[in-house]
Design a binder for this molecule. Structure first.
Ligand SMILES: C[S@@+](CC[C@H](N)C(=O)[O-])C[C@H]1O[C@@H](n2cnc3c(N)ncnc32)[C@H](O)[C@@H]1O
Length: 219
């Protein structure tokens, strides 16, 4: 990476190059204090949190945003939670690997509960806890792979509830996400509502698949 690149791009590149959960955590522990200022600036235009929150709120569900219990998985500093709260959400829990990122999320005041969790492992959450699960920016290079994370997010979602997640376009197929979604679909665990390509970090030229899964009624 060029020495004069913005700090956010340095951290983003470092995070995407990590080869272990511990190394990824170390990058985010350092990035937490400046993350919001950097990804929120005009040059970066990190639009995914707002796009996902809007998609989650717009989805035709039996419950309104205000009545839904929502999990923000890989919540980071809370950008998605804040966008959900603007859309009327009231009960939002968050999990993330990095304690300093969670500290910033706590300061937003929009989360009901926040907990440290490693999404590369089974979650310490009961089945069918949430109406909606959102996951933004965490299914990306060097972060969290599809298995067991996608199945776990579905497990903690109530029947006919939804999972709304971004997956970096570069790893949608090569990282096994598309295949894992096909597997969950073939098992009758989910219905695929949409798999649209969206802008993700405009300044970085990145695109992501915006995946919406509905947990099957009989799953
Ligand atoms: C690019 S940030 C996205 C944060 C937030 N969702 C947003 O959109 O601003 C990626 C987040 O994934 C978290 N993360 C990375 N690996 C993780 C893991 N194994 N389990 C849980 N969270 C993880 C990082 O700590 C970081 O907060």
């Amino acid at each position: 990476m060029h020495a004069s690149a913005p700090t956010s791009q340095l951290y983003l590149s470092q995070a995407r190059a990590t080869k272990s959960v511990e190394d990824c955590m170390t990058v985010y522990d350092k990035w937490a204090a400046t993350y919001n200022d950097e990804v929120g600036d005009e040059a970066q235009s990190y639009v995914a949190p707002v796009l996902v929150a809007q998609a989650a709120i717009k989805y035709k569900s039996s419950k309104s945003a205000a009545d839904s219990v929502i999990l923000d998985a890989g919540c980071g500093t809370g950008l998605v939670g804040q966008a959900l709260a603007i859309g009327g959400a009231k009960a939002i829990d968050g999990i993330d690997l990095s304690a300093p990122m969670l500290d910033v999320a706590r300061d937003t005041g929009v989360y009901r509960n926040l907990a440290q969790a490693d999404m590369t492992r089974p979650l310490d959450t009961q089945d069918e806890t949430y109406d909606t699960v959102v996951c933004v920016g965490t299914f990306t290079l060097g972060h969290v792979g599809p298995d067991p994370a996608l199945r776990e997010l579905i497990r903690v979602t109530r029947k006919t509830g939804i999972v709304v997640a971004t997956i970096l376009e570069d790893i949608w197929v090569s990282g096994g996400f598309k295949a894992e979604v096909e597997k969950l679909k073939a098992e009758g665990v989910v219905r695929v509502v949409s798999e649209d390509l969206i802008d993700y970090v405009k300044g970085h030229g990145d695109k992501a698949v915006l995946l919406i899964l509905e947990r099957a009624h009989r799953a």
